[in-house]
Design a binder for this molecule. Sequence first.
Ligand code: FAD
Length: 384
Amino acid sequence: MFDVIIIGAGISGAATAYELAKAGHKVAVIDRYGPAAMASGWTLAGVRQSGRDPAELPLARAAVDIWGDLHEILDGPTHYRRGGNLRLGRSEEELAALRAIVDEQSAKGLPITMLEGLEAVRAVAPAVAPHITGASLCTTDGHADPHATVSAFIAAAERLGATMRFGEEVLAIETEDGRVTGVRTTRARIPAGQVVLAAGIFGNDLLNPLGLEVPLKVRLVTVIQSRPVAPMLEQVIGVANAECAGRQEVSGRFRFTSGIEHWHGHMEDGERPRVRPTARDIVETIQLFGALIPATLEAEVEDIWGGLIDQTPDALPVIQRAGNPEGLIIAMGFSGHGFCLGPITGRICAALVEGRDSGFDLAPFMIERFTRRNDTAASLTLHG
Ligand SMILES: Cc1cc2nc3c(=O)[nH]c(=O)nc-3n(C[C@H](O)[C@H](O)[C@H](O)COP(=O)(O)OP(=O)(O)OC[C@H]3O[C@@H](n4cnc5c(N)ncnc54)[C@H](O)[C@@H]3O)c2cc1C
């Protein structure tokens, strides 16, 4: 019998497994595929505080505090680099939007400044195109390697005694008298006192039979990865209207993405799921990012994939203990921002399992907010 079953071996589930195993709980992680098989592998993997919703900013800042030492804590590589986040402006309108972000977030103590003019931007990022007229720069943002990071969490959790069950799908969360009793999978019935649901876009398949639902739209992001080229870019690049983003990995590969797009609904199943963007999405993404960092147009393409995003109406996640059934913790709906948050999501979920105060105001992340509010238009927020 396990104390806690975690559904999902993305960064949210893997980090939660590590925190709970470290605290001495008997934990199992179950994933239909394996570590980082979905959003946590498809991601751009920006570790970003700038441009965050005020409700999410304290979590992002706390996460960034952990990221710097995470490779030592986990005794495994994360390839985290704190090279900054540059959000580029191409018009007066975009520069005005960036200045507003800088004013709002520097007032909250974030080290974010405005770089006015091409010369100032090129002084920190010589690879940007000549039509860039300014940028916001948050110096404590950065990026990491998603597969390495999730593997490091999983390996550390295993060393602390956590059980990994991969290639196994959870079919139902089982309950009795309003309490979680375990899960039923494609292989077995597994009893447990508590369940953490960190299943990304598939979370509602398991919540709906319990009478719960996180309002989600599944969105597509096109991702292009180049072959390694000489190092030329330290920052994660974004734009004011969120139509694309990108970075150069420690390996030298460029990884750049579209904004949030319509998903055509096809996902190929296999050892790992795969989503193929349309030719139009691919062309547009290459043109958009190539217009910002022209050198990417000369790089050989190594891989192209589609990444799916679990987008809630207000682009904030649900992180909470569900009152009914008792013993269920939900962590999903990260809306394209959950990679950075992973280390803190793990700590918050562990606190929720143990019935402790997480130290954060979690009211903005309660599922009940969707029934309370009627202004549920999705805010435009950047992944990355
Ligand atoms: C293209 C792209 C770019 C992004 N860029 C950034 C970024 O720059 N910065 C940032 O912070 N965030 C970014 N994000 C978002 C971030 O990657 C995600 O929010 C985060 O990885 C979510 O992690 P997760 O563990 O909650 O979910 P996932 O990584 O999706 O993990 C869910 C896991 O649950 C498993 N699962 C689902 N159902 C079941 C079941 N029934 N039984 C067993 N297992 C199940 C799946 O196999 C999967 O492995 C991006 C996302 C995408 C797609």
